[in-house]
Design a protein around this ligand. Structure first.
Ligand code: GUN
Length: 303
């Protein structure tokens, strides 16, 4: 019998902390050299508990990097019954505000607001989520001057950190959302991977996954991907953050991958928590820094 494998754990938390330190230093240089303070406006409509935490963390991280953000003027918590017109009006004002370089509208929005109309109202230069059609198109066509969605960007950074060169590897993206799956596939193509997109209607999903050297899972289903879905030695990036409740009422976070099984098969794997999640925020700060520099006509700092 062969010895049980144990995957190397990809430390997203540590990687993101290093990025945040470098971003803070770059922001301090922008301030000292050009009097420029990056500004990030974070908008939340409604009270979704997870979104309340995510937006609070984003604002605080921006402040910690020396940006203007979670103070009152840049942090918008709007009631759930806010009308679309009022939200579009706020975005128009933020588009025109020279001290705001990044605008983030937390998704999902309440049902009565059309997310496409809201996202396309954001100035593409301030679209630090990379969701505006112009930035989606830039990524799809390989233009380098767009803003790239934060979670897939973070996944690519972790993959390159773990594997260095991704050329020629078979990558499977499980999940086809606009926030993660689709931009993820485009970034992997840009790294010369052979990319397969899989989703809930894919036939024999487990067998498809077993072909992948790189497996990115973003489906929002706790522990769906089992150990025997994974090719031995593969790199597994788990984007899922699912809160589950035990019989005694205790709650904790698990990913979309069954970590305890997968860690015995994979070559590298991200944990949950401490894997992809911290990278999303670090990449949001990076995008805000890039957006601020570009809007001031300066070269974007390398982070
Ligand atoms: N909801 C879940 N992920 C994201 C994200 O990356 N950006 C925004 N704006 N909303 C989200």
């Amino acid at each position: 019998m062969s010895a049980p494998r144990t995957a190397k754990i990809i430390d997203g938390k540590g990687f993101a902390e290093g990025m945040r330190t470098r971003i803070g230093a770059a922001a301090a240089r922008l301030k000292a050299d050009y009097g420029l303070t990056p500004g990030l406006a974070v908008i939340l409509v409604g009270e979704d508990p997870a979104s309340v935490i995510y937006t609070r963390n984003k604002g605080r991280a921006a402040e910690a990097a020396g940006f203007a953000s979670s103070n009152h003027r840049y942090n918008y918590r709007l009631p759930a019954d806010t009308g679309e017109v009022a939200l579009l009006d706020l975005i128009r004002r933020l588009n025109e505000d020279g001290s705001v370089h990044g605008i983030l509208v937390q998704l999902p929005l309440p049902d009565h607001i059309d997310p496409h109309r809201v996202i396309t109202a954001i100035d593409p230069a301030k679209d630090v989520d990379g969701f505006h059609l112009l930035n989606v198109g830039r990524l799809a066509t390989g233009f380098k001057d767009g803003l790239v969605p934060c979670t897939p960007q973070g996944c690519i950074m972790l993959l390159k950190h773990a594997l260095d060169d991704l050329t020629g590897l078979n990558a499977l993206v499980l999940g086809r959302s606009n926030i993660v799956g689709k931009p993820m596939a485009r970034l992997l193509l840009g790294e010369n991977c052979t990319v397969t997109m899989a989703h809930s209607r894919t036939r024999d999903l487990a067998e498809e996954c077993r072909q992948a050297d790189i497996l990115i899972v973003a489906v929002g289903r706790p522990r769906m991907v089992k150990g025997d879905w994974i090719k031995p030695g593969a790199t597994v990036i788990d984007v899922g953050i699912n809160r589950i409740t035990a019989g005694d009422g205790k709650t904790w976070l698990v990913g979309d991958v069954d970590f305890d099984e997968a860690v015995k098969v994979a070559g590298h794997i991200t944990p949950v928590p401490g894997g992809v999640g911290p990278m999303t925020i670090a990449c949001l700060l990076r995008n805000t820094l890039i957006a601020a520099a570009r809007q001031a006509g300066l070269p974007a700092p390398e982070i």
